[in-house]
Design a protein around this ligand. Structure first.
Ligand code: SAM
Length: 222
């Protein structure tokens, strides 16, 4: 792994979600009213969560799942509802606190919430890993390395696809770099990530497009 690029991105992501954007993210992932644009993002993310859940077995009883970059924990809760034993990890301790608070009491015994890096080998092995919108800030080389290091035979994840709109936003961001430490989303194609993979099969499952939320679900089978 290009450790410097990875560490720099992860530090920015942590700073952003743990300090700058914690409240915004808490609100976006709640039922509280949000602006029109954010409502389209929320709707798109709800669709993406459902799509990822559809790509998993309906009955997850006895399966170990990693919600990698769990944020405020919505996906982890749905996985636990299906019977999985879930480890939900996020680099932001503030978001992990919110996820713990929001977790329904009856599902709490099924979910271990942890603050830390999703690629930490101490998390153990899993039957499936799901990383929804949590690899979107990393380079293709880093995404490929993370897929190799995430300990499961099957990983579901999302990327920002290389659509004309997202590429224009990416290059505009490059031309006018932000002065704050917010992370930059990097659009990817399956082929671009696959070029860095040392094994396994990568395929795009489906895209979701809802206002400013444009996202592609992918599957990596080892
Ligand atoms: C856009 S949010 C998505 C959160 C959640 N998956 C969801 O869909 O609601 C991205 C999340 O990934 C987490 N993240 C990014 N890189 C990470 C890493 N290397 N290890 C653990 N968490 C990470 C961030 O802290 C953030 O909470």
């Amino acid at each position: 792994m290009a450790v410097i690029a990875y560490d720099r991105t992860r530090d920015r992501v942590e700073h952003y979600f743990d300090r700058t954007a914690t409240q915004t993210w808490e609100r976006l992932t709640s039922d509280a009213p949000v602006s029109g644009i954010r409502a389209t993002v929320r709707a798109g993310r709800d669709r993406m969560r459902a799509l990822l859940l559809d790509a998993l077995p309906a009955d997850l009883a006895g399966a170990r799942l990693l919600d990698a970059g769990c944020g405020t924990g919505a996906l982890a809760v749905e996985l636990a509802r299906r019977g999985a034993d879930v480890t939900a990890v996020d680099i932001s301790p503030a978001l992990i606190d919110i996820a713990r608070r929001r977790c329904p009491a009856d599902l709490a015994p099924r979910i271990e919430f942890r603050a830390g890096d999703m690629t930490d080998p101490a998390l153990g092995r899993f039957d499936h890993v799901v990383a929804m919108d949590s690899l979107i800030y990393y380079t293709a080389a880093d995404v490929a390395d993370m897929l190799a290091r995430l300990p499961a035979p099957r990983i579901l994840f999302t990327v920002a696809p290389r659509t004309p709109l997202l590429m224009a936003m990416f290059w505009a961001g490059k031309a006018f770099p932000k002065s704050d430490r917010s992370p930059v989303m990097i659009p990817h194609s399956a082929r671009g990530i696959a070029a860095h993979l040392r094994g396994g099969v990568l395929r795009e499952i489906e895209r979701v497009s809802s206002g400013f939320y444009i996202s592609a679900a992918m599957e990596h089978a080892k």
